[in-house]
Design a protein around this ligand. Sequence first.
Ligand SMILES: Nc1ncnc2c1ncn2[C@@H]1O[C@H](COP(=O)(O)OP(=O)(O)OP(=O)(O)O)[C@@H](O)[C@H]1O
Length: 553
Amino acid sequence: MSRILVVDDEPADLNLVRHALQKKDHDVETAQCAKEALRLLRHRAFDVVVLDVMLPDGDGLDVLSKIREIDAQLPVIFVTSGSESKNAICAMKMGALDYLLKPINVSELRNGVARAIEIRRLINTPVEMNVDQGSNDVRSIIGRCPAMQEVYKSIGIVAAQDVTVLIRGESGTGKELVARALYQFSERGQGPFLAVNCAAIPETLLESELFGHEKGAFTGADRKRIGKFEQCSGGTLFLDEIGDMSPVLQSKLLRVLQERQFERVGGNETINCNVRVIAATHRHLEQMVSDGEFRADLYYRLNGFAIHLPPLRDRGKDIDLLVEYFRRLAGLELHKDARVVSPDAMQALRKYHWPGNIRELQNVMRQAVLKAAGPVILPEFLPHTVFEKGRLAQVQEIDSRDPISPQLLPDLQDTNGDDSHPRNVSPMGGADLSFPPLDFDSTCLYDDVIESVEVQLVEEVLRRTGNDKEQAVQRLGINPTQLRSRISQKMLDVDPTEEREADEPLFVRGMTMADIEREAIRRALDRFDGCRKAAAEQLGISTRTLQRRVKEL
Ligand SMILES: Nc1ncnc2c1ncn2[C@@H]1O[C@H](COP(=O)(O)OP(=O)(O)OP(=O)(O)O)[C@@H](O)[C@H]1O
């Protein structure tokens, strides 16, 4: 919930604003004079101030400069009657976020406040880099693959240099997060930070959004407007989706970057500006330059220092860290204790190609935690596309291997006899489960531990239930297919007859590769009473491939 201070000496206006914002679930406090407002601001943290320009004990501009002494970055929205618009313009130049005219339009007010809250969030939440877990009250940039290490290095090199930076990467790869890190670690970290999405605003409005306009500059320009470059003086302006800017605006931007000057739309006055630009795009600017859609000189200017964010599918083991991070965040947010991602679900998450990158993963984990009925995130809690495409990629990967290569055949090695791991875990229902030694340099620590504990747990439950799979399924809280796949993957079944079969070598001298394959398929089908789906799962091939091989062999 955001906390908003509304300052107005007119009780009717004060009530209107309070009600409009309280309905949106904001925590609203009010003051009827400057003195009371400043007292409240000194004692409590607010996210936004809605400030009337004319107060009985001072004008809004004086109050704004005093607010700046208390909190230099607090977003302030001015409310004025038409006749005081000169003050409003000055306020915008002093860094007020917006101004609204009386009588107040409630939806404009709510939109303005929502924008202000978003800006407060951008400015206030610290960004930390190069961490594995991340803490709750900061936004962490998670990842340690080589490409992300390069990103951290680049941020370190360029943040404190007052230069333009271009951040490149597909949608959802964290460009805004990196922009915030650059801002927070820069000399301008105490100044304003504003963001404009160039693709989200129609071209005609974007020019005035960035550079402002004079009254009468175009139809509908009924008052002068201060643009983001003027408003953000001394601060950092994040221009997202820069590749979507029109050629006219590209020229104007180039001039700002080179000469630090511009004119408002419809104006003659040249305005000097002191703003650091951080730009971002997911577009292929080089192609756009050769197609004549993007100015080459602007491209060179922007690309002078570029940071490339890799797509999620190229970040290797970082997916595990990100899954864990978003699982934990979603758990905290939704008050749900989904502690573990099942190996099947994890495998699907690893194999999926993530066109929406980290944003998509974040949403998928949120949904999965929401759907999870217990402590384990199972594949069925993932969106269908993720699970199916993840599985498909896995099957294709296996199918693309030599069909008679050893990987096709189940691993008949008993992995459970190794007693070399230290027993360092407390009993679970009387049974000791042991962790493998923790190798903190490993990039799949999570998998190693979960897999090892899972094997022991399934083995123990099977032993205790006398190998009664129905009971085991109930005790473990997983479904029969999952139990079957655990048993077949790890050869855990303790049924004495099956153990004998597992002991029989699959390969004896004189057998051809086709014989070995035929035998592996026969055993898998026997084991699952002819169920092709389960047999295929055990063999690590698709049901269709199994059917084909049965016919061929
Ligand atoms: N490495 C990361 N670690 C943790 N969270 C991340 C990481 N990268 C991105 N995120 C989160 O993913 C979401 C999308 O990131 P962001 O908005 O920065 O992407 P973007 O590249 O700017 O997307 P777009 O191009 O669509 O604007 C955000 O919630 C962000 O906090």
